[in-house]
Write a protein of this length. Structure first.
Lengths: 353, 288
């Protein structure tokens, strides 16, 4: 019996040591301490989450002069514990707005905080009414937010409004069959705000016969501003199981091309049969992560940057091969400058290749 | 420039829970008088098996900084199965011991947002009876342990879900104390599993899962784990009461998993009050 008690005492002692061991690790938990639900706590939480996870601080400092520590000092003075929730939201939106990143958003019961100056500070170079007029009424739907038609001068016109919906291989096969005798294809991704990158990859794979290096990606792997994983090569594989388009392609872009559309343009630009026409894209070259603030507001931020083949960021947008602005007189006359220029390019290539 | 305001650390909460748990579990075993042989719970003989099934309800606390900086807590439900099998002919010195459970919950943060949480585990141990008296047994042995927890926050962008757990070798301890209250035989069972060394899954810091899929980085999710960087504990306290045709088992279960693998904090604590029955399968019914 004495032996049993000794054993039990030993086990009890070991069990009591466990919390002690865990207490010893508490100091290193301070990096993960939770924030309190006060205006200053929420402010600190947002600033710290961004500081640890946002992936473009160096780029934004270089391109926009954003110093994240200076941002803290600038907005910290506006925080007081008796300020209203609405006022706090306004201050926090202004703070993250300094980054001018479309993937940086603050979601609350009031609004979605954003800074879309990457788009709104530039010409639209797009008219939805004109696009609708060019598509006409008898266009064919090739997928969710994907439609096309055949112009009278034997040129195909494909509109991709979003990369959110799934891509149907059979409908793309049908489209390529329908347009098989065309001289070229105009792909209009203007004002396409993105969606699923895998959909963009899948569509792009239908426009190449070869495996093509299209860029690089990495992700944040630590809290430091320069803590990144190794660069991974992005290769575009041809879709060998379905029809592929190898004739000339003119890709129409404007500042409304963002996120997955930005990736799509980055990929397509590397293909020899593709010419990018229009304005620079809006950017959005960082895949977003999400976290939550102590008051329940949700913050989204870029955490995994993508680079082009020259290992340059595509966060600030991708320049077109041919720069073009919409002509206001054309718009008034019901003419889309981009589409007409693209038709001319394709026809000239056919006539004078 | 880092500005943090501390509320609390959840490890201190876990420490308190663990302290209370173990004190409550072992103190009765030390102070209750041994009342001689009883029928409440006996170790299985050779090729005999004892199964215990339980359902439970309790509370869980989750903190996983890969998906959110907030902590979540809420009601959970669980199913458990424990078994003991006599593994050697002498019937006393070797036992096969398994524990498995599934748990599901939808915990909530302090501001009302919710995530989905589920876990599944399976432990197998080979135990030896290091102390055997008329009124008690203490079994110890090595254990092979598998545990996988999933957390899902569908409002997130590319960090919608994460998985935690381990595949480890560890230790198992079972204490059984038999006693009587007014001639009514009862048994107290205290059990503890703890992983010591193995592997554990965890994404790296801000590594998106599409990155893992696209670049075939599956091996980057696997980390070497030992009790210094990945602490796990599964403990149970059960009281077994014989009734007509079998035994009822009423207990309390605690499971804890904590690590910082991949550069983000994981603290998962589950507690459950359980009730179930114990079934002794005679050796003649077992396959030879």
């Amino acid at each position: 019996m004495k032996r049993l008690r000794l054993y039990l005492a030993a086990v009890l002692l070991m069990a009591l040591m466990v919390p002690s061991i865990m207490s010893c690790t508490r100091s290193s938990d301070d990096d993960y301490a939770e924030f309190i639900n006060t205006p200053r706590g929420v402010f600190s939480a947002l600033w710290t989450i961004m500081d640890k996870h946002y992936c473009f601080f160096d780029l934004k400092q270089k391109e926009l002069g954003v110093d994240w520590n200076a941002v803290y000092n600038k907005y910290s003075v506006s925080i007081s514990d008796n300020m209203s929730s609405r006022a706090l939201f306004e201050v926090l939106c202004s703070m993250i707005g300094e980054l001018r990143d479309g993937h940086v958003n603050l979601y609350s019961q009031y609004d979605m905080g954003r800074n879309w100056s990457w788009k709104t500070d530039y010409p639209d170079n797009f008219s939805e009414d004109l696009q609708r007029a060019y598509l006409g009424k008898d266009y064919i739907i090739a997928g969710e937010d994907i439609s096309y038609r055949l112009f009278t001068d034997n040129i195909g016109y494909l509109v991709i409004k979003s990369f959110l919906g799934g891509v149907s291989d059979s409908r793309f096969n049908s489209m390529f069959n329908t347009l098989a005798l065309c001289n070229g294809l105009i792909i209009d991704v203007r004002d396409n705000g993105g969606g699923n990158t895998l959909n963009a990859d899948q569509i792009a794979s239908k426009f190449t016969e070869e495996r093509v290096l299209t860029g690089y990606s990495c992700y944040k792997n630590g809290p430091g501003h320069n803590d990144f994983s190794d660069l991974e090569e992005n290769w575009l594989e041809p879709d060998r199981h379905n029809l592929r388009w190898v004739k000339p392609v003119i890709l129409l872009t404007n500042r409304g091309c963002f996120s997955s559309t930005n990736d799509f343009v980055n990929i397509m630009k590397n293909l020899p049969n593709v010419t990018v026409l229009g304005d620079s894209t809006g950017g959005g070259g960082g895949f977003p992560f999400t976290s939550e603030l102590p008051n329940g507001w949700v913050v989204r931020f870029s955490s995994a940057p993508t680079f082009d083949v020259s290992k340059q960021h595509i966060e600030m947008g991708i320049a077109p091969d041919i720069r073009l602005d919409m002509d206001e007189d054309d718009v008034k006359a019901g003419i889309d400058t981009y589409i007409e220029y693209a038709r001319k390019l394709i026809n000239d290539q056919i006539v004078n290749p | 420039m880092k500005k943090t305001i501390f509320l609390t650390t959840d490890s201190s909460l876990c420490s308190k829970i663990l302290s209370v748990f173990f004190c409550l579990a072992f103190i009765p075993a030390l102070v209750l008088p041994a009342a001689g042989q009883s029928l409440a719970w006996e170790l299985p003989e050779h090729k005999e098996r004892i199964d215990a099934f339980s359902v439970g309800i309790g509370k869980s606390w989750e903190r996983e900084t890969y998906i959110s900086e907030l902590s979540y807590s809420g009601l959970t439900g669980s199913l458990q199965w424990d078994s003991w099998k006599g593994a050697v002919p002498d019937g006393k010195s070797g036992f096969g011991r398994t524990h498995s459970s599934v748990l599901f919950g939808r915990p909530e943060s302090m501001v009302g947002s919710r995530i989905l949480y589920a876990s599944v585990d399976y432990f197998y141990s080979r135990e030896w009876n290091v102390v055997h008296t008329e009124s008690s047994d203490l079994l110890l042995g090595p254990s092979a342990m598998f545990k996988l927890c999933g957390l899902y926050d569908m409002s997130n962008s590319n960090n919608t879900a994460t998985g935690d757990g381990y595949l480890s070798l560890g230790l198992c301890a079972d204490y059984v104390g038999r006693f009587k209250i007014r001639n009514y035989p009862l048994a107290v069972q205290v059990n503890m599993f703890s992983p010591l060394i193995g592997i554990a899954p965890a994404p790296n810091y801000d590594q998106p899962y599409w990155f893992v899929y696209k670049y075939n980085q599956y091996t980057s999710l696997i980390h070497f784990a030992w009790f210094g960087n990945c602490f796990g504990l599964n403990g149970q306290v059960n009281v077994i009461c014989p009734v007509r045709g079998g035994s009822i088992r009423v207990g309390y279960n605690l499971d804890y998993l904590g690590n910082k693998l991949g550069g983000h904090l994981t603290r998962l604590t589950d507690t459950c009050f359980t009730i179930g029955f114990v079934h002794r399968l005679a050796k003649k019914n077992l396959r030879q």
